[in-house]
Design a protein around this ligand. Structure first.
Ligand SMILES: N[C@@H](CCC(=O)N[C@@H](CS)C(=O)NCC(=O)O)C(=O)O
Length: 205
């Protein structure tokens, strides 16, 4: 069975959501700050990169890197329609958004969690992030239901996951009603609710 190594609320939440969207059974193993898992394993031995998400396949191989894992899961569950077919113009467009969320949004948030980064740098990163969300808001202005169109995709799960960090890191998304509404829509999906609940992140009713 697939096993996802995760940290609650980290970017591994996107993989967790995608796994639930595929319907494939999987196990979860939580990784602590000390790089020990909740089952007592040494995470660095399993994944020398030390970061999540790490997906263990049925034969024990460990796969890392968000967008690679997202695509692997979507490609293996074509009937869940989480990504358009490779080689199509639709996939080309979605791939660009996937990389944009990874390299321009996710990776601009990361230093905001690091106390070693000076506040002057964090101010620049927050501004940059607001600029990056501006493009997402523009895309959503055509009234599409999900980030890439009318089909929920892995990129929605990814954007939702990283946007949850905006409050803790002081990134002001209030001038992006489209982004806020999209994230609210994503939050209503059963797979998203189940993933949040399993990671101990569901809000009390
Ligand atoms: N290049 C990796 C980066 C993953 C990453 O940034 N993971 C963070 C959580 S969001 C992490 O595990 N950080 C802990 C660490 O690096 O020790 C990817 O895109 O999947």
């Amino acid at each position: 069975m697939l096993k996802l190594f995760y940290m609650p609320g980290a970017c591994s939440l996107a993989t967790h959501i995608i796994l639930r969207e595929t319907g494939e059974p999987f196990e979860l193993e939580k990784v602590g700050r000390d790089k020990k898992t909740d089952k007592g394993a040494d995470f660095l031995k399993l994944n020398p990169k030390g970061y999540v998400p790490a997906l263990q396949l049925d034969d024990g191989e460990i796969v890392t890197e968000n967008i690679v894992i997202h695509q692997y899961l979507a490609d293996h569950h074509a009937s869940a329609y989480l990504l358009p077919k490779h080689g199509t113009r639709e996939r080309l467009r979605v791939d660009q958004l996937m990389v944009y969320v990874s390299t321009e949004i996710h990776k601009s948030y990361s230093p905001l969690f690091n106390p070693a980064f000076p506040e002057e740098v964090k101010v620049i990163l927050r501004d940059k992030l607001v600029q990056r969300y501006g493009l997402i808001e523009e895309l959503l202005s055509d009234g599409r239901t999900w980030l890439t169109g009318e089909q929920f995709s892995t990129v929605d799960a990814y954007l939702f996951t990283v946007s949850r960090w905006s409050k803790n890191t002081g990134v002001d998304l209030s001038k992006f009603p489209g982004v806020i509404a999209l994230n609210e829509r994503i939050a209503t999906r059963p797979g998203v609710k189940a993933a949040l609940e399993a990671e101990g992140l569901a809000k009390a009713p």
